[in-house]
Design a protein around this ligand. Sequence first.
Ligand code: PGA
Length: 264
Amino acid sequence: MRKKIVAGNWKMNLGLEEAKALVSELKVKIDHQKDSLQSHGQKLPEVVLFPAFPYITRVVDIFTTYEGVSVGAQNCHHEEEGAFTGEVAARMIKTVGASHVIIGHSERRSQFREDDQLLAAKTKQALKNGLTPVFCCGEVLPDRENNQHFQVVADQLQKGLFWMDDQQLAHAVIAYEPVWAIGTGKTASPGQAQEMHAYIRKLIADSYNQELADKMSILYGGSCNAKNAADLFSNPDVDGGLIGGASLKPADFFEIILALVNKG
Ligand code: PGA
């Protein structure tokens, strides 16, 4: 069965005190809800928090006894180690207790010129060091306007991720994030999200096999919020969300988590 996941990408936001406040509020909400869900035979989806590097260990420590809440990094370097001032290796992320890493976010593709080849190397580092890569793909607006969005996403996946064999790919999570929807308040419609997610799943089935395609979690990202999450998550091929802005507000983020519980 594929996992339902809500991930919070904090990006380069929050001072330490704000981060602590966010996490403690979230913890209270999770504690409060866990028991009542359990009594209804339900449970929270997997929650993955992606703080900035300096906060990773703190967040790991806070949730260390929480089954179903894990922590990841927003990026890793594509080499194992070495003279790369200012960079962070996948191995380091793993050794401080994080379990996931975001790779190929559109902000890194565009602002830091990360190309498919580099992203493939990063996913290699992630897997080699036991981290789950959350691999992002998504088209810019002109791609969609020119009806190229399927091709663009297929290309990104084939070059950045599909070098893996099926056992390796089973460890990855895919996040479809249309670039025109990230941080813009413009969300993909539930229909647009479902259409692309179904396309990605078919791509996995065609490139690998149906069993693997059915097993993989494909998250939606791009202005997903407390109001639209339930509609987006109601789609059969949307297994959760990668949440940016709304993950900085504990009440909103928690509502998004609950929206996924209710998906059933
Ligand atoms: P957003 O960001 O929810 O603020 O649009 C999502 C993301 O960049 O992962």
